[in-house]
Design a protein around this ligand. Structure first.
Ligand code: ARG
Length: 285
């Protein structure tokens, strides 16, 4: 329900904006489906504003889709993050109306048309009990217990809410120029609770949401289809074999995508950590 409302507002906002160049670009692309002259070379044109994920960059990044015929690309509708060999963290709004049998996870390849994509069934599903409480989109997280382990390196979860500088988000969502087969990633500036509450009065539950985006210029963001996927702190040690990235949030919502003044909003993983551990403990029994 709320997803629809946000979508409607997104269309309204795009037209009403007339303000930032990014909003105009987005509205223009959405309305006319124009191709930028050089999509790959246009820094404004990708996840929104990003580029291709490289092999091994985010091994834990997975696609969430429906079982059945067709390629993974055709069936993917959300993102997710592997947090244990047989557990995926995603957004509640991606799976709230689904049963485990309605879901599959795509891992092992950043290109969803690749023959290397591994499709894994979902055996159990836990949607946050307090999703949409105290306000719409609060606690937007869910866990999927996989039918079998995936051969993927899990990412660790943030344990304390922190102020960040730059974060990274990734997924197969809309780039402003359609849906890519290869996952895209982009660097997004962290937005403080205070600034996010000012951007979206009465709609931000600072306890369970965190925000990221370029408030002033727009141009970089996650978008429709990225939901459920990760926003991560950047690697601190490029030479390390150990993952130094941490899962900070889950793509959740925003008005439009990459519009100046309208940051992306993410479920704040540090706030769900204990509740996640409890579910995992129950599944391990
Ligand atoms: N709700 C969207 C989805 O289901 C994600 C929207 C993220 N929007 C944003 N501006 N960051 O895919």
């Amino acid at each position: 329900m709320d997803r629809k409302r946000k979508h409607l507002i997104r269309l309204g906002a795009g037209v009403a904006a007339g303000l930032g160049a990014a909003a105009l670009t987005w509205a223009g692309l959405a309305a006319n489906a124009e191709e930028p002259a050089d999509p790959k070379g246009d820094f404004e044109a990708q996840i929104i504003g990003g580029g291709d994920v490289e092999d091994g960059q985010y091994p834990w990044l997975v696609g969430l889709g429906s079982p059945g015929e067709g390629t993974a690309y055709e069936r993917q509708f959300c993102g997710g993050t592997v947090i244990a060999e047989d557990v995926v963290l995603t957004a509640a709004h991606c799976v709230e109306d689904s049963a485990a049998a309605d879901l599959v996870v795509f891992s092992g390849a950043i290109d969803l048309e690749s023959a290397d994509v591994v499709e894994t069934a979902v055996a159990d599903l836990h949607v946050a009990e307090d999703y949409n409480d105290p306000i719409a989109m609060s606690n937007d997280w869910a866990l999927l217990k996989l039918a079998e382990p995936v051969d993927v390196e899990p990412i660790g979860l943030a344990t304390e809410p922190e102020e960040y500088d730059l974060l990274e988000t990734a997924g197969w969502g809309d780039t402003g120029d359609g849906f890519p087969t290869t996952a895209q990633w982009v660097e997004v500036p962290f937005v403080s609770d205070e600034d996010c509450e000012a951007a979206y009065p009465d709609e931000v539950d600072a306890a369970s949401m965190l925000c990221a985006g370029d408030l002033e210029n727009g141009g970089v963001d996650s978008c429709q289809g990225d939901s459920g996927g990760p926003i991560m702190s950047p690697a601190t040690d490029e030479d390390s074999d150990e993952p130094t990235q941490v899962l900070v949030g889950i793509v959740s919502w925003g008005y439009g995508c990459a519009e100046a003044g309208n940051p992306g909003v993410y479920g704040e993983v540090a706030d769900f950590n204990d509740a996640i551990d409890e579910v995992l403990a129950g599944w391990a029994e």
